[in-house]
Design a protein around this ligand. Structure first.
Ligand SMILES: Nc1ncnc2c1ncn2[C@@H]1O[C@H](COP(=O)(O)OP(=O)(O)OP(=O)(O)O)[C@@H](O)[C@H]1O
Ligand SMILES: [Mg+2]
Length: 482
């Protein structure tokens, strides 16, 4: 059986067409899951250390070695002293001064050092073993559960929105890791689909944005497709095809449209905004007339809101902490940037309250907590005029109130890009479409709908299923080609 897979920046979903109807694959209670995976690379509890007989023998051997090294050093020093004593009187003092007295450590000290060394080796071994076992599917946790597990465990690796990384310059080992992570996610989808659909799923139509988020231009898109193809093969798919996400959404909309009309499908997701113009509806097959896309989406609004509202609480604009530190802290999908931020030890110098808050932000899980707070502020402000984020994990009693105006300012650059794209599309297609079909999570935001309406005032606006618009169409495509 062939399924459709929407591997999204923020959320992923899968579906198949069975007896003419779309059947979505469930992930827990939901029909999509956050594109996030947690590997509990268990850092062992040092208090579990116990001197077993084998470790005791290692301690003894280390003590023996240290004792003989100490005796050797003492003997050598003694020999050199005797040699110096035989020198002429005027040279004797200077030569003696050069001979350092070796440390004479007690048995207790030698044993304490040996135990320390054995314990350190034991810990390293535990970490290695945990790492080896964490690299298996059974230990990975997906979706919201992944975030929950990471925050409650306080260790391990959380990988969020790996799709955002596919088009970037990647060191070979990072590329390999990302292939592996995308592979885990695709395998999770394949196994869930196989189990629920009662068939061994081995082929899929995978959605792809018109433009991947990329730092490498068009080559970034090629790299992204190569990584996904490799990942799918590793996940047990014998065959994958790619279909542009807005084209898929057009197929889904076609299936629910009785009358033939020219429609502009606008899919505004977490990472990208994708558009397709198509003739859909009625008995004839849909005809795709063109596609456009930009690598901008909901996460850009999040970043902008984080920098304009949240980061000033950490000293942005009020301290000499370089601006890029705040960007790194806010870019939770980029494991390398996260590590750079977490490892920096410059914030002790920064005045209170900012220094202590930055240090708190560096603690495991806190950039993730903050990014969730930013996203939920954005979502709340889609439907309310005020929102309050509690930031107790940074500082007791710390909270941030934001207003719809704050969000409007933060969303402004994104809406500017969206307007520009829609204007370009409008200019290219000439006659306006009869309908604009909206899908993607960001299409829930009233300010996004309003922007689209202003660009195509004559078109009827159709609100599609914001979460499942793309995956339904991918399922139709899979049924057709399969
Ligand atoms: N009510 C809402 N108001 C504003 N934004 C919302 C709302 N609901 C979801 N979003 C945003 O929608 C985005 C996710 O949309 P979606 O699930 O379509 O993305 P995706 O398919 O994972 O990403 P992409 O297609 O770009 O790879 C997130 O940025 C999320 O914060
Ligand atoms: Mg999407």
């Amino acid at each position: 059986m062939k399924i459709g897979i929407d591997f999204g920046t923020s959320y992923s979903a899968a579906a198949a067409v069975i007896d003419g109807a779309v059947r979505t694959v469930a992930f827990g209670e939901e029909r999509q899951f956050r594109t996030t995976v947690y590997f509990p690379e268990a850092v062992p509890d040092p208090s579990q250390f116990e001197l077993t007989d084998a470790l005791e023998a290692e301690v003894d051997s280390l003590v023996r070695n240290a004792r003989s090294a100490q005796t050797r050093a003492l003997n050598e020093a003694q020999a050199r002293r005797e040699q110096a004593a035989r020198l002429p009187a005027d040279q004797r003092e200077a030569a003696l001064a050069l001979i350092l007295a070796p440390a004479q450590r007690s048995e207790t000290d030698l044993r304490r050092d040996a135990i320390r060394a054995v314990r350190r080796q034991w810990l390293e071994q535990q970490v290695r073993e945990a790492r080896a076992s964490a690299a298996s599917l059974q230990n990975a946790v997906y979706g919201e559960d992944a975030v929950e597990a990471y925050l409650s465990e306080g260790f391990g690796n959380l990988v969020q929105s790996p799709k955002s990384m596919l088009g970037y310059q990647l060191a070979p080992h990072v590329r390999q890791t990302i292939v592996g992570i995308a592979g885990y996610i695709l395998e999770h989808i394949r196994l869930s689909a196989s189990q629920q659909l009662g068939a061994n799923v081995r082929s899929a139509v995978l959605g792809r944005p018109v433009q991947f988020r990329s730092s490498l231009g068009a080559a970034g898109g090629d790299q992204a497709l190569a990584i996904l193809t490799e990942a799918a093969a590793g996940a047990g798919f014998d065959e994958v095809e790619f279909l542009e996400e807005p084209v898929a959404a057009a197929l889904g909309y076609h299936a629910q449209s009785a009358h033939r009309h020219r429609t502009l499908v606008v899919d505004i997701g977490g990472g990208t905004t994708d558009i397709t113009l198509a003739e859909v509806g009625g008995a004839q097959a849909p005809v795709v007339l063109g596609s456009w896309g930009i690598a901008r989406g909901g996460v850009d609004v999040d970043l902008s809101l984080s920098l304009s509202r949240f980061m000033p609480l950490f000293g942005k604009g009020a301290t000499r902490v370089p601006a890029h530190h705040f960007v790194e802290a806010a870019t939770v999908h980029d494991v390398v940037r996260q590590r750079d931020f977490q490892r920096r030890d410059a914030y002790r110098e920064v005045d209170a309250p900012f220094g202590p808050r930055l240090i708190a932000l560096q603690q495991t899980g806190n950039t993730t907590r903050l990014s969730r707070a930013v996203e939920s502020t954005k979502i709340v402000l889609s439907g309310a005029s005020d929102s309050r984020a509690e930031l107790d994990y940074i500082e007791r009693g710390l909270a941030l109130a934001s207003s719809a105006d704050d969000l409007a300012q933060a969303a402004d650059p994104f809406l500017g890009y969206l307007t520009e794209l829609l204007a370009e599309v409008g200019a290219q297609i000439g006659e306006p479409p009869a309908a604009v079909f909206l899908t993607g999570g960001m299409s829930r935001a009233p300010y996004v709908r309003e922007t689209v309406r202003r660009c195509f005032p004559q078109a009827k606006q159709v609100a599609g299923d914001a979460s499942l618009g793309v995956v339904s169409g991918l399922a139709f495509a899979a049924a057709r080609v399969g």
